[in-house]
Write a protein that binds this ligand. Structure first.
Ligand SMILES: Cc1ncc(COP(=O)(O)O)c(C=O)c1O
Length: 441
């Protein structure tokens, strides 16, 4: 198997040149934690403009589900490019969009018909869900969670409660949204322990929130990530979603699952909510859905998606190339990639849990399938967050040829392509351990 190949001190000369240009011409709002300038990539391997080779455990922020440039996906895109690049599903029909809608509707958990709205990104899928929930229920209030990331357009950003830098200077937001604590058991907001807590955080919604400040009959939807992504790869207890959805159903409140990061096979099931036995009323999809082509989808129960012609649309949403890339992606996921996500996810999880026995700073190791986070702490007892060590570890790993990213305040996320091999998992573990040892060992 290949291994990382770092031929020079990073960034190399060509990378330095491009970064200088970027600093002049590209928006300074992007957050680059290390100076990687990508030239090309295949599978799990990324090559920079100086010919260095990196093992990619970021998958372009959990996007390249089938690995970089999977031949089936590239062929689907090329074949479609020869036929039709764009026509706009807003005003016209074309077969790739219709076929993908049929496929997604058949995959979505739960009985009854489903319908699909297409956009270009996760934020657009969430934005569509937000609007549909209002349209359908004719209610104005919504519930979302601290730590949640739903995107950066104004509606999605209003639901987001991840980092203040994402919200600074953008007030006022869409009104009527109340954020509540997520089931982050490693740092419970109520200082309780699962399962003795009896899911206090869920019951608090009905017993306190709905009795004091939020009349439940005015609440349109609860927006929730099955597993919090940007917030730190936080897996809630197994009965969290089911119990919360019960409360939602009691009051006619829609349960909206933001599967943008957790969906499309990443956790070993097509949608992460399947781990929790919950079929959401509305689901937002993006990221891994088209292996890197821009696509967002909002899937809803057919009886809920009853808005009228003209109430929502997007010129580019459901572009034919993206739809064909999504069909090829789903075929690969169904063939063997979801199975591989379970298998290799277990290998990665076991490897990280073994490292946790040696390195005190690895406070919590959690996740499902290939959505795995490691929370770094200064001390296991106090759980003091080690955000600085997290940054150092990620940069050290980069210099050694491993690409990883952070999430939350002090966690590292591992979200490789679902094509990852056992040897690539082991290589990642070796480099990660070296980086941890050098920074905090
Ligand atoms: C759960 C979740 N929802 C929505 C988004 C926004 O997606 P996009 O960046 O494609 O707009 C993200 C992006 O990280 C996400 O993780």
């Amino acid at each position: 198997m290949k291994s990382p190949l770092i031929k020079m001190a990073l960034p190399g000369p060509r990378a330095r040149k491009f970064i200088k240009l970027d600093k002049t011409f590209v928006s300074p709002s992007y957050t680059r934690i290390y100076p990687l300038v990508v030239e090309k990539a295949d599978g799990l391997w990324v090559y920079d403009v100086d010919g260095n080779r990196f093992l990619d455990f970021t998958a372009g922020i959990a996007v390249n589900a089938t690995g970089h440039c999977h031949p089936d996906v590239v062929k689907a895109i090329k074949d479609q490019a020869d036929k039709l690049l764009h026509m706009s599903g807003t005003d016209f029909y074309y077969t790739p969009q219709i076929k993908l809608a049929e496929k997604l509707a058949s995959l979505a958990p739960g009985n009854g018909g489903k319908r699909v709205y297409f956009g270009n990104s996760g934020a657009e899928a969430v934005e569509a869900a937000f609007k549909l929930a209002r349209w359908h229920t004719q209610r104005e209030l919504n519930v979302a969670f601290f730590g949640a990331f739903h995107g950066r357009t104004m509606g999605a950003l209003s639901l987001t409660a991840s980092k203040t830098v994402q919200k600074k200077h953008y007030n006022p937001f869409v009104p009527g949204i109340t954020h509540i604590p997520y089931a982050y058991c490693y740092r419970c907001a109520y200082n309780l322990c699962y399962p003795d807590c009896g899911l206090f955080c869920v019951h608090w919604v009905e017993d306190t929130l709905f009795r004091t400040t939020m009349p439940p009959e005015e609440v349109a939807a609860i927006f929730v990530e099955p597993i919090q992504g940007e917030g730190g790869y936080i897996v809630p207890p197994p009965d969290f979603h089911k119990e919360l959805q019960k409360i939602a159903r009691k009051y006619g409140i829609l349960y909206v699952a933001d599967e943008v990061q957790s969906g499309m096979g990443r956790t070993g099931k097509m949608f992460a909510m399947e781990h929790f036995g919950v079929d959401a009323d509305i689901m937002a999809l993006a990221k891994g859905i088209a292996s890197g082509l821009p696509l967002g989808a909002m899937v809803a129960r057919a009886d809920i998606m009853n808005w009228e012609a003209g109430s929502h649309a997007s010129t580019f949403g459901g572009n034919p190339l993206s739809c064909q890339a999504a069909m090829a992606t789903i075929a690969l996921l169904e063939k063997n990639l979801m199975k591989n996500a379970v298998k290799q996810g277990e290998r990665l999880m076991n490897g990280l849990r073994t490292l946790q026995k040696t390195y005190e700073c690895l406070g919590d190791v959690r996740g499902k399938g290939l959505m795995i986070g490691v929370e770094l702490v200064k001390d296991r007892e106090t759980k003091a967050p080690a955000a600085d060590w997290r940054g150092h570890i990620i940069r050290k790993a980069f210099k050694k040829g491993l690409l990883i990213l952070g999430c939350g305040e002090n966690s590292v996320r591992f979200c490789p392509a679902l094509t990852v091999s056992a040897a690539e998992i082991d290589e990642c573990l070796t480099i990660f351990e070296e980086a941890v040892k050098e920074v905090a060992g």
